[in-house]
Design a binder for this molecule. Sequence first.
Ligand code: SAH
Ligand code: SF4
Length: 391
Amino acid sequence: MINLLDFDAAGLKALLADLGEKPFRAKQISHWIHQRLSDDVGAMTDLSKPLRERLAGIAEIRGPAVISDATASDGTRKWLLDVGGGNAVEMVYIPEDDRGTLCISSQAGCALDCAFCSTGKQGFNRNLTTAEIVGQLWHANRALIADGVSAPSVPQREQGVRGGSGVPFDAPRVEQHRAPITNVVMMGMGEPLANYEAVRAALAVFLDDDAYGLSRRRVTLSTSGIVPAIDRLRDDCPVALAVSLHAPDDALRDRLVPINRKYPIATLLAACIRYLERAPRNFVTFEYVMLDGVNDSVGHAHALAACVRDVPCKVNLIPWNPFPGAEFRTSPRSRILAFQQVLAGEGFVATIRKTRGERIDAACGQLVGRVHDRTKRTLRIQPVRAAPIMH
Ligand code: SAH
Ligand code: SF4
């Protein structure tokens, strides 16, 4: 059986063409799946009965199988989703007054092995399919609506931040449906740009006005810095970009984010500048995880300011979230504030990420799901240890 969650608009049109149907049928079907959040091909009453019957014979709308579902006292909710073969991934809903954000996973595990990340420590099993990625948003909206969660009040007219960028300026949007999820961040398990084609198609569905209709500025992809894929995304589907920098120089970044050995900082920053030519926001967000005694000194803050000087950016400082067996410590609050002050003094907007969902281990880098590692972790390039404290 085909899973209709696997198709973006172009894919649905091609499927309908194969069935000898007109392209507008694809739009109708997309409305049923992604706006009415239907799971029943037979219920698509504006399709002809013969088409419904043919479709029902070959296709289904199959969302994720939920293993567990927990809500923290701050309203943060985490689902563990079965993706077969003994693997499971996690997604997290973060409610705020003016938005509902869903943090989505893109891979079962991650092969990139960043030293401070629990997903990385688990190894890698496989890429998620488009249906498994889109199915996260589809399921979260359905589950929240079923629980009576109403949509946050989203301004109907969103101002774009730049013009003449080659990308359609954010048009005024009329709310077509009242979905609780207004923002998507690709910041769950996995490196989204290492699963490029499935992620690109999923992003297309998130943005499609006949599907979820999210503005490009409300969809953020976070990457550890796979440079050729950043360029592809710029050309195919530019959404808001967050880059996991975490260190101001190559020697330290090589240790924390091993992909840096392939795409060093200068190469990465050049890709960020190219990306901004098409990006929906006129800045890149640099994520910087605060690791006690490793990358969090005032000297590191000055070095970071110098390092990113030429890139229009904001810096998001992430207090490191612990997980069992990790060899790091979270920077003390005072050091995070001092780091932020240095950046502010150098003219940067630097924010500190709020930690949400603590009791249910739903914070950044705590998502573990269940991964049957297929990589040989014993062949790691080199073990990484926390460096001595440098002040
Ligand atoms: N693979 C992508 C996106 C997923 S991780 C990436 O690396 O960007 C989302 C963010 O959480 C990244 O900035 C990542 O570096 C950070 N992160 C990973 N482990 C963390 C931890 N234990 N505490 C805080 N942030 C962490
Ligand atoms: Fe993978 Fe991102 Fe974790 Fe690095 S931080 S191991 S790229 S999920």
